[in-house]
Write a protein that binds this ligand. Structure first.
Ligand SMILES: [Zn+2]
Length: 298
């Protein structure tokens, strides 16, 4: 649990806030360059961002949020009559909360993502996320934490290289395992945007989940850079909404440094770090410029 800020983050001021009817006192919407709406949930410590990407005929919702509030009326309001298809960046609980309202959801298929779809998530699987201190200003209106669950949902499989046509706008699927096995990014070459999911954002990058393997995570960052050659901006799924594309290469370099520092030879330079315990695991966090990397401590 690390909710510490009592007021909204300063970076929201860099974006144009959209006045919406269906925010339910919970969501905040920002309009980003390239006909994209960021749908933010700044009152929960996860500070999740989902994205609504508008094409001529269709709209694509990249992740469906925490699910504590119903995102659908807001999405319909913003989509302006376009049909909406939902796509998951990956199946972690903070991004699939409203999936069941958008079936079928396009998702990369792995054992974990199939299991999430089949079973949903019960409240007790969400750990600290439902505790009152995880919420800024208390629970949203009408929210009953003891009754919360993410219902099962139906998926359709997407794979590396798929192109999703929204009418006058195409998004390309890039598979980027590392944060999770099923992580994908979406690349919009015409607008030079790369939607990164949890694989990159300007905060702690979690490379400590069971399946996570740092060299593989690093290769995914480099692969994304290659598969999205025209990308200039990253639109990210937590915290600060956007970052420059050069951060992908920096993060790959940071991971290479960690691998070498953790090997017997050690690394030449020092990077600030801290060791802490979360969920019974001993973790180490290495700090770089604008982001950090969290690993299992040895
Ligand atoms: Zn995640």
């Amino acid at each position: 649990m690390k909710w510490s800020e009592s007021s909204p983050r300063a970076y929201y001021k860099n974006y144009e806030r959209v006045d919406v009817k269906n925010d339910q006192g919970w969501f905040e919407v920002y309009e980003l360059p390239g006909e994209v709406f960021a749908i933010c949930e700044p009152r929960h410590f996860q500070e999740v961002n989902s994205y609504l990407i508008l094409g001529r005929e269709k709209a694509l919702l990249f992740d469906t949020g925490l699910g504590f509030c119903n995102i659908k009326p807001l999405v319909e309001e913003l989509a302006g009559g376009r049909s909406v298809a939902a796509v998951n960046s990956h199946c972690h609980a903070d991004h699939i909360g409203n999936n069941w309202r958008f079936e079928p959801v396009l998702a990369f298929s792995t054992e974990a993502s199939r299991q999430a779809a089949r079973c949903g998530r019960r409240g007790e699987q969400l750990g600290d996320q439902l505790k009152e201190e995880a919420f800024r200003g208390g629970y949203p209106e009408g929210f009953l934490p003891e009754e919360f669950q993410i219902p099962p949902y139906r998926t359709e499989e997407t794979v590396e290289g798929d192109r999703i046509d929204l009418g006058g706008r195409t998004l390309q699927v890039i598979h980027t395992p590392g944060h999770s096995e099923d992580s994908i990014m979406l690349y919009d070459g015409a607008h030079r945007i790369l939607f990164t999911g949890d694989t990159f954002y300007l905060a702690a990058l979690y490379a400590h989940f069971d399946e996570a393997d740092l060299p593989r995570y690093r290769r995914s960052l480099l692969h994304a850079r290659e598969a999205a050659p025209e990308a200039e901006r990253l639109y990210c799924s937590h915290n600060e909404l956007s970052a420059g594309v050069e951060k992908l290469t920096e993060a790959a370099g940071a991971m290479e440094w960690i691998t070498s520092a953790e090997s017997e030879s050690g690394a030449e330079t020092e990077v600030p770090s801290r060791v802490f315990t979360e969920g019974g695991k001993r973790l180490i966090e290495y700090f770089f410029d604008g982001f950090s990397v969290v690993r299992q401590a040895r």
